[in-house]
Ligand binder design. Structure first.
Ligand code: C2E
Ligand code: CA
Ligand code: CA
Length: 412
């Protein structure tokens, strides 16, 4: 049987499928028949169980490459579908390290129990490398790195849990500049986490972890509330200087929308701070539109509350143009990747011009992101792009600095 790649195998009643101690080269799903799983205890056979159709057999050995821990005998004529290690490898390697760690810990505990029951060696403490174990799907290297990543992730998650309560989050603001006249049209609110020991934690790192858990919901609520509070301050200043009101752009993730409380949270934040909803813009990404079928309803309802909707990072995702038709979008934000080379490459520049034109045809305004060079702003202004955002104007900064920035721009 060895070496053959058969997707199904038939075992006649009474034949041995595998024996304890065999090298495990595959697992099985029972299609038809019954299988008795047994081990020996003090030299006597002990039946561990009888398995039937739909159950999985021999799976442990293909995960950790330890020898088979029990024997399996066909009780009836039995048909088994073969699961090869290759079918499991990629899935296992791509799985969340936390799940990999839990799987290994459970497997190890079960094997130890079984060894103790069989009256064999004392349970092994660690999971030391065994010669010939190179074929294991979870090699020692993978286990060690999973363990570290999983532990880091657990720690990050538990620190993140306390961060809202401990006031460790801050909102930074990056100005969005109106290209006709260099006026501050608004600010994008960008979250920062300053952890008492870790120091500054990159949003790229913790937003992903927060989204995997439900933590994005309270974090998002805090962002929304804080951004509305700060917007009031910005607009008090703008009004005192006789300038037109400015907007604040808030990033919203699919997790938040899916929580079911987002629309209420939005209503509460708007009402309790008294800001004009038209001056709040929600930035959503194409992946949110793709991954949540309910996105259309959420966005329409948010839009009915009077807030504006911006499609963020346009051009980096799937850029299905049908989104542009079916969602109530006010603003298109062209990703940095598109504007990055426009002052060096004619093709890049033509593409940006085409996107700006398309957006205008659909009555959206356009923000170009990641502007670092003066040539980029000049070219974008010539294309009729309304707004620009990037290090050329300012990096994201704390609210006090944003206020100073606004004051200095209003004065000039
Ligand atoms: P994003 O929404 O695309 O934000 C723009 C990112 O580009 C920001 O990174 C900003 O600092 C950076 N950036 C702005 N101008 C330039 C430039 O001229 N050159 C370069 N190289 N980069 C520039 P940041 O602050 O690290 O945020 C990263 C991402 O984290 C954001 O990407 C956003 O997706 C997410 N994020 C930040 N705050 C929040 C939040 O409150 N909620 C949610 N859901 N996501 C957030
Ligand atoms: Ca954004
Ligand atoms: Ca963006």
């Amino acid at each position: 049987m060895k070496g053959e790649v058969l997707s199904k195998r038939l075992f006649r009643a009474g034949t041995v499928i595998f024996e304890g101690g065999d090298v495990g080269d595959c697992a099985y799903v029972i299609e038809r028949g019954r299988v008795e799983v047994a081990t020996s205890y003090n030299g006597a056979k002990t039946i561990l169980g009888v398995m039937g159709p739909g159950e999985i057999l021999g799976d442990m050995a293909i995960i950790d490459d330890e020898p088979r821990s029990a024997s399996a005998i066909a009780m009836d004529d039995t048909v088994l579908t073969v699961i090869t290690p290759e079918q499991v490898t990629t899935r296992l390697q791509e799985a969340d390290p936390v799940l990999r760690l839990l799987l290994m810990a459970t497997l190890e505990r079960y094997r130890n129990e079984l060894r103790r029951f069989q009256g064999g060696n004392e349970a092994r403490g660690g999971d030391e490398a065994r010669p010939g174990k190179q074929r294991a799907l979870l090699t020692q290297d993978i286990i060690a790195s999973s363990q570290q990543t999983a532990i880091d992730k657990f720690k990050l998650e538990s620190d993140l849990r306390g961060a809202v309560a401990n006031d460790e989050f801050h909102l930074y603001y990056q100005p969005i500049i109106s290209l006709d006249g260099d006026r501050v049209a608004g600010f994008e609110a960008l979250i920062r986490w300053i952890h008492p020991e870790r120091g500054f934690v990159n949003p790229g790192e913790f937003i992903a972890v927060a989204e995997e858990t439900a933590l994005m919901v309270p974090i998002g609520q805090w962002v929304l509330r804080q951004a509305c509070t700060d917007l009031k301050q910005f607009n008090a200043l703008a009004s005192a200087a006789g300038s037109s009101p400015i907007f604040v752009s808030v990033n919203v993730s699919g997790r938040q929308f899916a929580s079911g409380t987002f629309l209420d949270d939005l209503r509460t934040s708007l009402a309790s701070t008294g800001v004009n909803p038209a001056q709040v813009k929600l930035e959503i990404t194409e992946s949110l539109l793709m991954n949540y079928v309910e996105a259309h309803d959420w966005i329409r309802e948010a839009s009915e509350q009077g807030v504006q909707i911006a499609l963020d990072d346009f051009g980096t995702g799937y850029s299905s143009l049908s989104y542009l038709l079916h969602f109530p979008i006010d603003t298109l934000k062209i990703d940095r990747a598109f504007v990055e080379h426009m002052h060096e490459e004619a093709r890049s520049s033509s593409l940006v011009a085409a996107i700006v034109n398309m957006a205008h045809t659909l009555s959206f305004d356009v923000v170009a992101e990641g502007i670092e060079e003066e040539e980029q702003s000049t070219a974008l202004a010539a294309m009729g792009c309304e707004y620009a955002q990037g290090y050329r104007y300012a990096r994201p900064m704390p609210v006090e600095d944003a206020i100073n920035f606004l004051e200095s721009r209003s004065a000039s």
